[in-house]
Ligand binder design. Sequence first.
Ligand code: NZQ
Ligand code: ZN
Length: 389
Amino acid sequence: MENFIYDIPTKVYFGKQQIQHLGEIASECAKKVLLVYGGGSIKKNGIYQDAVAQLEQSNNEYFDLSGVEPNPRVETVRKGVALCREHQIDAVIAIGGGSCVDCAKVISAGVYYDGDVWDFTDNPNLITKTLPVIAIITLSATGSEMDGIAVISDMNKCEKKPIRNLLMRPKYAILDPTYTFTVSKYQTAAGAADILSHLMESYFSNQDAYMQKAVAEALMKTVIKYGPIAYEEPENYEARANLMWASTWAINDFLKYGNTVAWSVHAIEHQLSAFYDITHGIGLAILTPSWMKYIMNDKTIPDFAKFARNVWGIEEQDDKKAAYKGIEALQNFYACLNIPKTLQEVGIQSSEHFEVIAKQAVPYLNNNYYPLNQDDIVQIYKDCFQEGE
Ligand code: NZQ
Ligand code: ZN
């Protein structure tokens, strides 16, 4: 195991009605806050009203930045920075899915930066100071509520880029599983696929990190057990609670400590999203089985066989057969969540941009589990494009 410094300072309020702490939390770090939210789900399900009631009670003045897009746009981040400066905001509260939290994080950093926030995508070290971020998560998927990552897009340039700087890690997170009861089946499925992907990305590493991988297996089993239950019974509290806590732990760095992790499928998916604005978790689920089959060889088979046996309960003795059965089990899991299998099903009707998209993904694939070049990525896209035709 490699050396590491454990430092995950986000204070988490987990469970029903934890919003009751919002007033006291906000007052600890701010007088004026910016509320960052999406297209209106939080007004329909009453979370916005709950949050505002708390802020009014604690005499925190609040301003709104609404309309954050799934796959948040850099233009929206810029708007948020301008609002913070105009009103001398001293904390940013995100209420929504990962897109809102990511947008809030970059706003929190942009306020202290004289240049344009897009600069952070090439150099996250330009972030030297951030406003405190409070994340009220309403969709279990990205784990953004407890990590130092934000992913933003510039659709004019067909670019989607992650920014990682631990200064952006939320100071507080409110995780109320009942807030995810209204998440649609499609987003529930996408969220489960995203959590599972984060875990697989850590699991398939070249490091022999026994404990981290054993924890990842337990978390994967949690998603496999509760994903379909939440999908069928949206108001099943145990299912929503387990997914919520698993999503946070999948990516909050705990599994990464002592384990060299460089993700693969995420880089391949993010660039597709940049071109086609697809739902992140769905893109991952389409790509992952093809990625697995593409990199299957004598070196990787033992890892895939272990994945099949420990995560999916495959009893096959032969490693190669077990490995393929594991992939089949993963595909069956996606199928029971009605996740599309091909890129055509998410609206990608032509393979003409695959070379360019693959080229954009390559810089993010340094030192990953299995080396991939531009041609390899094109082959993976093509496999997802042809399957099911
Ligand atoms: O915009 P509203 O109206 O709120 O609706 C949203 C949105 O349409 C809806 N939703 C969220 N909570 C809901 C709800 N609808 C009903 N009830 C609720 N309780 O769900 C839709 C999708 O929301 P979004 O925030 O886009 O989804 P998600 O949480 O999956 O975030 C995706 C973004 O996060 C990035 C992705 O690339 C993508 O841009 N990621 C961020 C990561 C991070 N910060 O660590 C890591 C991930 O790997 C990922 O890349
Ligand atoms: Zn993800």
